[in-house]
Design a protein. Structure first.
Lengths: 94, 144
């Protein structure tokens, strides 16, 4: 593999990990949920729903009741309660 | 990171906004971006623009991702994140030609929609991002 291709591959991996998976990487295990489950959860439980992409994208459209915490701010802005129920979402499957 | 932060109740709603909308649930808009596809130029076309001395501002929106690992050398360039685009909007006259560069050509459309909303009239995005530029073998600077 050429050096430039290796760099692209590595950069793409970093991007994917940082933008779409880092939220999930906050825990050893995470569970995938569907829209109906999330709605029920938001209606009946104390849950933090987080959009980790840009503020521009969040302002354009977001789930009512969700909050924006950018990837780089996750460590300092997530609640100190490690048992807090947290749901991450973004722009969907690509 | 998992061991370091140790959250025990983490969920992923991978269907994301499209899945939420499809299910008919409520969304909120604070500042609506225009619904449009930003015109694209190919890497070869942008290289030609540079070689021809075309007057444009390059906006690389990879700040905080990998902008310091490899980049396109250009005299008139802003390196920013999507969240800091307002700086570009405040400093660059809205009649200047803008070409947006990202990694793979996906998030540049969002950046372009934002700048068009802010009054820029001549906005282009690099098709395929810097990844395509590099695959085409065009000149790229690398961190040592």
């Amino acid at each position: 593999m050429e050096d430039s291709m290796k760099r692209i591959w590595y950069a793409s991996l970093v991007l994917v990990l940082s933008l779409f998976v880092s939220g999930f990487a906050l825990a050893d295990t995470w569970k995938e949920i569907k829209a109906d489950e999330l709605k029920t959860m938001m209606d009946t439980e104390d849950v933090l729903v987080v959009f980790p992409l840009s503020k521009i994208e969040f302002n354009d459209l977001h789930i009512k009741g969700s909050v924006h915490i950018s990837v780089e701010d996750l460590k300092k802005k997530l609640p100190s309660d490690k048992e807090k129920k947290i749901v991450f979402y973004c722009l969907g499957r690509k | 990171m998992a061991a370091e932060l140790g959250y025990s109740n983490v969920y992923g709603f991978r269907d994301g906004l499209p899945g939420w909308i499809k299910a008919g649930y409520e969304t909120v808009t604070v500042e609506k971006l225009p619904k449009l596809e930003v015109p694209a130029i190919t890497a070869i076309e942008m290289k030609q623009m540079i070689d021809d001395g075309a007057d444009f501002v390059m906006v690389d929106v990879r700040k905080g991702i990998n902008e310091d690992q490899f980049w396109i050398a250009y005299k008139n360039k802003y390196v920013t994140s999507l969240d800091d685009l307002q700086t570009v909007a405040a400093e660059v006259p809205t009649d200047r030609k803008i070409v947006i560069v990202d990694l793979v050509g996906k998030r540049s459309n969002t950046a372009g929609r934002y700048l068009i909303m802010k009054g820029f009239s001549d906005v282009l995005k690099l098709s395929g991002g810097i990844e395509k530029w590099m695959k085409d073998g065009l000149p790229t600077e690398y961190a040592k």
